[in-house]
Ligand binder design. Structure first.
Ligand code: 3PG
Length: 208
């Protein structure tokens, strides 16, 4: 799949921090049962790489991307682990080059117009806008539509269920990401029903 196809399958991407491998399968099942198809599994815990395969095996329809990619080594390890796509919170020249060279669908992170242009020049017309809320939120991202008409964004960071629809109404937003669907605490507490119900509500959000 291309990154465009993945983002079109998404609307809402849960951003997940998985504390231990035993949580991976039930988490995947809860998100999938709630109707979500695309997830960002962050590379922030030691078991994250192993969790990719466990989640794919538990819910084969899930498209499992690896997030918090910061280095070329992260790119390589994530692809080897079976990640379907790559997401970064920001990107310097080396990471952009590694993402492009890997051929894997990738969503580099940006927070300013200059960073968006640099990533676009490196071949990325879909980008993560991070941290969306603190960086300026809906008004800030809306102001990119005129000068940066060829770039679509997945805003993430500080987005709640309440704000998600407002972001999705922007013409330059492909989908939104956030941890509110399954927070670290909820995963630790094994709140699978609550996660499924948050996923179901998120899956009903419509793109404008
Ligand atoms: C991310 O990695 O994209 C963010 O940590 C998710 O942000 P949130 O927790 O504010 O949703």
């Amino acid at each position: 799949m291309t990154i465009g196809e993945i983002l079109r399958a998404a609307t809402v991407i849960p951003v997940l921090e998985i504390p231990s491998l035993d949580k991976a399968a039930p988490l995947a099942k809860a998100l999938s049962a709630g109707g979500l198809r695309v997830i960002e599994l962050t590379l922030r815990t030691p078991c994250a790489l192993d969790a990719v395969k466990v989640m794919r095996d538990a819910a084969s329809e899930l498209i499992v991307g690896m997030g918090t990619i910061r280095t070329s080594e992260d790119v390589k390890q994530s692809i080897d682990a079976g990640a379907a796509f790559l997401i970064s919170p920001g990107a310097g020249p080396a990471l952009l080059e590694a993402m492009a060279a890997s051929g894997a669908p990738s969503l580099p992170g940006i927070a300013t117009a200059s960073e968006a242009i640099i990533a676009y020049e490196a071949g990325f017309s879909a980008q993560k806008f991070f941290p969306a809320g603190p960086a300026g939120g809906i008004a800030y991202l809306k102001s990119f539509t005129g000068p940066l008409p060829d770039i679509t964004f997945c805003p993430t960071g500080g987005i709640s269920a309440e704000h998600a629809e407002e972001y999705l109404a922007l013409p330059n937003v492909a989908c939104v990401g956030g941890s509110w669907i399954a927070t670290k605490q909820m995963i630790e507490n094994e709140e699978w029903r609550e996660i499924e119900s948050n996923a179901r509500r998120a899956a009903t959000l419509l793109h404008a």
